[in-house]
Design a protein around this ligand. Structure first.
Ligand SMILES: [Fe+2]
Ligand SMILES: [Fe+2]
Length: 380
């Protein structure tokens, strides 16, 4: 029978490599890639622990995720064996950690874990820069020491998975830049009408919760969350005299105000990017009503894109609870009553049902992103 301490056969090794590299190549989430890579390394060389550390230059630290849902771990950039490997660009094979000056004994005392033998292997990005390193600790074998062979295997794991790791890191970088730009754009639309503070952020979070409640997958819901902040981007083209008018708008002014929907659509709709396409639908349709009495097209029921129906609920719920130039914030009870009343009129009944089912989480978001009151100096 196979024991824990047997060395792997070539076939077993190939199976592990094939299994993990396929999974890693298909993974777009950095956290999951780090965990998969660590698992691959651990299985290939039968280590007790294996960690993939990534350099965060902005903070002068290394970070990692060792398990799903667990906070990321951070250590100073130059510390320990892994820090040494990253600084020199060379792998390390340590047979007896206790005899090595680079070993951080304090850490062992703190965690109650005894580090005996260690391998570290740096990852090199395509531009030749080091982006992080593997660290494997303690061999699960009779003699308990890592061998040259183990080091070669971990180098192999690093070269197989390193490219995927780099591409996921680039992808995350692009995605987070995109997110920031979108929020900034959305805020421009809102700030023009003095809908200050976290309105855009809250609408995004509410849309996300509603989407999940309606059965969207996690990534579909995240897509909507990124697109919904742009719903009022067309307000960029509406004059201040209308956006900031404290009183009721004249018919002519109101007609002009309504064009922020088509303007937003025209701004975003030409993009080939799926995200901006979705944002274009939302900008166009977030004032449509389930019963067909909305604007600009007077669309009805399912003819309104589901993104538009969800954003409508999120936007109105939030707008009613906030002070605007033309009105004070409503009490929560009054808002809830209106949301109920407008089920099947303004709003899609199924979205409202989810709204009520998810009300506690929506209120948590509302509390979490509450607008700060302006300070006395800002009022002066
Ligand atoms: Fe709007
Ligand atoms: Fe809005």
């Amino acid at each position: 029978m196979e024991s824990l301490y047997d060395e792997l056969s070539a076939e077993q090794m190939l199976r592990i490599i094939f299994n993990y590299t396929t999974k890693i190549a298909n993974e777009r989430n950095l956290q999951r890639v780090l965990i998969l890579m660590a698992d691959m390394g651990r299985e290939m060389i039968r280590a007790d622990r294996c960690t993939v550390w990534i350099i965060d230059h902005s903070r002068g630290e290394l970070f990692t995720r060792v398990a799903h849902g667990v906070e990321e771990l951070r250590v100073p950039l130059g510390s320990g064996f892994v820090g040494h490997s990253i600084a020199t660009g060379k792998p390390l094979l340590i047979e007896n950690a206790a005899e090595d000056a680079r070993h951080n004994e304090e850490n062992d005392k703190l965690t109650g874990y005894l580090t005996r033998t260690v391998i570290t292997v740096p990852f090199v990005g395509s531009d030749g820069q080091i982006i992080g390193a593997y660290q494997a600790v303690n061999k699960l074998a009779a003699n308990g020491v890592f061998s040259r062979q183990d080091l070669e295997y971990l180098k192999l794991a690093a070269s197989y998975a390193g490219k995927s790791l780099e591409s996921v890191m680039l992808h995350e970088e692009i995605a987070s830049t995109q997110r920031e730009l979108i929020l900034a754009l959305g805020e421009i639309g809102e700030n023009r009408s003095k809908e200050t503070g976290y309105h855009v952020k809250r609408v995004a979070e509410y849309s996300y919760i509603l989407a999940l409640g309606l059965g969207f997958t996690q990534s579909e819901a995240e897509h909507l969350k990124m697109a919904s902040p742009m719903h009022d981007i067309g307000k960029i083209a509406i004059p201040d005299s209308i956006l900031q008018k404290p009183g009721k708008l004249t018919t002519k002014e109101y007609e002009l105000m309504k064009t922020h929907t088509s303007i937003g659509y025209n701004m975003l709709g030409n993009s080939k990017r799926e995200l901006l396409q979705s944002a274009a639908y939302i900008a166009h349709q977030h004032h449509e009503k389930w019963d067909g009495s909305g604007y600009p097209q007077g669309l009805k029921e399912q003819d309104i894109h589901l993104y538009g129906r969800i954003t409508a609920v999120a936007d109105v719920f939030d707008a009613l609870g906030s002070d605007r130039v033309y009105k004070k914030a409503w009490e929560l009870e009054r808002i809830i009553a209106l949301m109920k009343e407008e089920r099947g009129r303004h709003f899609d009944p199924s979205v409202i049902d989810v709204f009520f089912a998810q009300l506690p989480s929506l209120l948590t978001i509302r509390e979490q992103y509450r607008d700060k009151l302006p300070s006395p100096s800002e009022l002066a």
